[in-house]
Design a protein around this ligand. Structure first.
Ligand code: SIN
Length: 526
């Protein structure tokens, strides 16, 4: 089945829906998600939206906190855009009537999270901000005949025309296959947390969007920067997030003997940047000790954190005893498809927004609650840009797809997730990275996706995205932010150097943006 439209958006999270509701005022838009709109990392987001709203807060303070958390590996102009425009868009959302949490006196309730120097986190439903945002967007989509939402459609190949522009996407559905031809394809597919066996992400966040774009020839960068969150509920494995807002409300990391763990480790203590706290939890657990969040001092925990309370109940943890067992787990990909603040990638008419994109706003480690802000801000900016400048695609003469290769099935999904956690997790070492890199890329065979199942393609995508993470981690011979190399404890002159992958090549460069016109050849190998 073939469909011709103006815009296809891949993904069902906040960035996708923020863009869709704006774009459908002018364009015909098809939004495709591989699951449904309640199954995404956005929907699971407990933490809120960081934004300069309070009269006591200032842009430069939020910008500075972002730089410190990300250890100065940012594209600074985009950080300024994120903070300033983001504040405007969040205020608009509140004025529209988004049901955020308010205090009894009618003032917006602004929370504190790790590495923020101000209370600036907007929440909704306590710890259910992502769910409330998605529900709000879905309920308030403009009643436009131009917008169609599709669930359980899995995008497996971007289509490029002979001019090197993106002009569509092939998908698999329960009924078979579909091809969308479009003037623009927008990637809003989220992150890659599920490449690791311990994650806060949705179980199918395999980094599909990064793999799709990379296989089509787009630039991908900063893949070594994978954020680990220090507090996932841990009962025989990771069971979900215990938001940093719990520590913002007074919660503390403690050991088996209730001894505070972060005391003397960092001036911000329990609210230190995530790579610091996650590393401490990792060290403790590697030494065979259990770690907990002490929540005994938080009044009305159930009312303040209903999602976490339910999660604990589901896994047999009695919050009445005032302690939640935790472990660190993969949470956010700072890297991704190189994209401008307007979403433009190195492939014309292919755009990327949200976690799948790398605009350089998170540096080496994302500041808490900047991700929902990113989704809202860059979703909107990209949409405004297309509304002003978008043109119809006239060329649907397809280029031959790039030659792809299927990894040998030597890694099952579970094996790969385990290997990634062990080798490309919180602490990395060259020898193990090299071995894993070889295992991931030495056994590629030509493959035709049209006959492969979704599960086979997802496993393939996992190998592609994992391979980029591992190779990035191997190349960056320093420790910075979320990337910790055992043999290189310090930061070196790798500051503001971007490791950029494209079409089987890797470049280290001093700038995030350096677009080359892409020539499409029939047989470029991964
Ligand atoms: C959290 O609630 O701790 C997560 C928020 C975020 O990742 O920004």
């Amino acid at each position: 089945m073939n469909i011709q439209t103006d815009i296809v958006i891949l993904g069902g999270g906040i960035a996708a829906l923020q863009a869709a509701r704006k774009l459908s005022t002018r364009f015909s838009v098809h939004v495709l998600t591989k699951a449904n709109f309640t199954i995404s990392s956005s929907y699971k987001a407990q933490g809120g939206i960081a934004a300069v709203i309070s009269a006591d807060d200032q842009f430069h303070s939020h910008i500075n906190d972002t730089f410190i958390a990300g250890e100065h590996h940012h594209y600074e102009e985009n950080v300024r855009t994120l903070v300033a425009q983001g504040s405007r868009y969040v205020k608009q959302l509140l004025q529209e009537g988004f049901p955020a949490d308010y205090l009894e006196n009618g003032q917006l309730s602004l929370g504190l999270e790790g590495a923020h120097s101000q209370k600036r986190i907007v929440h909704a439903g306590g710890d259910a901000t992502g769910k409330h945002l998605i529900d709000y967007y879905i309920a308030h989509l403009p009643p436009s005949p131009r917008m169609t939402l599709h669930t359980y459609e899995f995008a497996y190949e971007l289509i490029l025309n002979t001019r090197g522009e993106c002009c569509g996407v092939r998908v698999k559905t329960a009924q078979g296959q579909k091809t969308y031809y479009a003037s623009y394809v927008i990637l809003a597919t989220g992150g890659a947390g599920a490449l690791y066996s311990c994650t806060s992400n949705h179980a199918h966040s395999f980094g599909d969007g990064v793999a799709l774009a990379y296989l089509a020839g787009a630039e991908v960068t900063d893949m070594e920067f994978v954020q680990f969150h220090p507090s996932l509920l841990y009962v025989n494995g990771a069971c979900g997030l215990v938001s940093e807002a719990v520590r913002g409300a007074g919660g503390r990391f403690v050991d088996e003997n209730n001894k505070p763990i972060m005391e003397g480790k960092h001036p911000l203590g329990d609210l230190a940047p995530r790579h610091i706290t996650a590393y401490e939890m990792y060290q403790m657990r590697a030494a065979g000790k259990e770690v907990f969040l002490d929540i005994s001092m938080i009044d009305n925990f159930e009312q303040k954190f209903p999602t976490i309370t339910k999660l604990c109940q589901q896994h047999g943890v009695d919050i009445g005893i005032g302690k939640i067992p935790i472990a660190p787990g993969s949470h956010f990909l700072m890297g991704g498809v190189v994209a401008t603040a307007q979403g433009e990638t190195s492939i014309p008419r292919l755009l990327a927004i949200g976690e799948v994109a790398c605009t350089g706003v998170h540096g080496a480690n994302r500041l808490a609650s900047n991700s929902l802000l990113e989704a809202i801000t860059f979703g909107q900016l990209m949409a405004e840009h297309l509304l002003q400048t978008g043109t119809k695609q006239q060329h649907f003469n397809e280029a031959l797809p790039l030659k792809k290769a299927m990894p040998s099935p030597s890694f099952t999904k579970q094996e790969l997730q385990k290997a990634m956690l062990q080798t490309a997790g919180i602490v990395r070492h060259a020898e193990a990275l090299e071995t894993l890199s070889l295992q991931l890329s030495n056994t590629w065979q030509p493959v035709d996706f049209s006959n492969a199942t979704q599960a086979q393609i997802e496993l393939y995508f996992m190998h592609v995205t994992a391979s980029l993470i591992v190779r990035g981690a191997l190349l960056r011979t320093e420790s910075r932010g979320a990337h910790i190399r055992q043999e290189y404890e310090q930061q070196t002159d790798w500051s503001k150097k971007w490791i950029v992958f494209q079409r089987g090549n890797v470049n280290v460069r001093n700038t995030l943006y350096e677009y080359n016109q892409i020539e499409i050849n029939a047989s470029t190998v991964l």
